[in-house]
Ligand binder design. Structure first.
Ligand SMILES: C[S@@+](CC[C@H](N)C(=O)[O-])C[C@H]1O[C@@H](n2cnc3c(N)ncnc32)[C@H](O)[C@@H]1O
Length: 251
């Protein structure tokens, strides 16, 4: 139980329009996908509801999708079936990945969409990255996207309420994020997320979850990638931007 099982049921209200269509989500990684050999094997190790995994499978890539949340894995399998895609799904925490897959199995591992901050502290983060690194073949790539925690922490604890209704499956919802920023970087932080669906009669149905996270600075991530045998090859980090992507290769 990672704290995503309730949110998994309403996750489409949390993902951007651009990530909803599997093909579009996969296409947003066109540049990194050009690094893959033909007949590539790819792992999405925090697959969420599966849009990326299904989009990659649609490109003819052999895809395995894992997630710590049983409900997320089920939703990925359902999406895969809906699209007639061939995605193998496995419920696995990052640290359990080596129990499921041999070392040097994948050409690319994705850990995207603000996932890594759920690893418990620096120790948990390095253990998670170590698992991802072990599964990569030499020269294979880890693709990671992240919130810019430097920016998130600078804004402090706060409530963010969506300024528009988010419409999915014909239903509108207000999305609320409550950020609980601890005094020190190393401490457990919390994000409480609520999806409040409003129906035509004005009734409101709320699903919410309190998520734990452990932020990290970009500089720390760089050192940690190095520690697990990954060399940073590309980075979009910009301290003023909300998110960034890094691509690191297995040495
Ligand atoms: C913000 S969601 C991102 C989902 C998806 N990658 C996306 O871009 O929409 C974070 C995901 O990380 C998963 N997660 C959290 N802790 C995890 C862990 N220790 N091992 C594997 N997955 C984990 C959650 O279950 C959730 O599906």
């Amino acid at each position: 139980m990672t704290g995503y099982d309730a949110l998994a049921e309403v996750y489409e209200w949390l993902i951007s329009d651009a990530k909803l269509a599997p093909a579009e989500f996969a296409a947003s990684f066109d540049d990194v996908l050009s690094l893959l050999p033909s007949n590539a094997h790819v792992l999405d190790c925090s697959c969420g509801t599966g849009q990326l995994a299904v989009g990659l499978a649609g490109l003819g890539i052999q895809v395995v999708a894992t997630d710590a949340s049983e409900t997320m894995v089920r939703r990925t399998a359902e999406l895969s079936e809906e699209f007639g895609a061939s995605v193998r799904t496995v419920r696995a925490d990052w640290e359990e990945l080596p129990d499921h897959f041999d070392d040097v199995t994948f050409d690319m591992v994705f850990c995207v969409g603000n996932s890594l901050h759920h690893a418990v502290g620096a120790r948990g983060r390095v253990a998670a990255l170590e698992s991802m690194s072990r599964l990569l073949r030499r020269g294979g790539h880890l693709v990671l996207t992240s919130r810019t925690w430097e920016l998130v922490r600078a804004k402090g604890s706060r409530l963010d309420v969506s300024d528009r209704l988010v419409r999915r499956n014909g239903r509108d919802a207000v999305v609320v994020y409550r950020w609980d920023i601890a005094p020190n970087w190393e401490e457990e932080h919390h994000i409480e997320i609520a999806v409040a669906q409003v129906d035509a009669a004005g009734s409101v149905l709320v699903r919410s979850e309190l998520l734990s996270c452990w932020p990290y600075r970009y500089d720390e991530l760089e050192v940690e990638l190095h520690r697990v045998g990954l060399r940073m090859e590309m980075s979009t980090f910009n301290p003023e931007a909300e998110n960034y992507m890094v691509v690191a290769s297995k040495v």
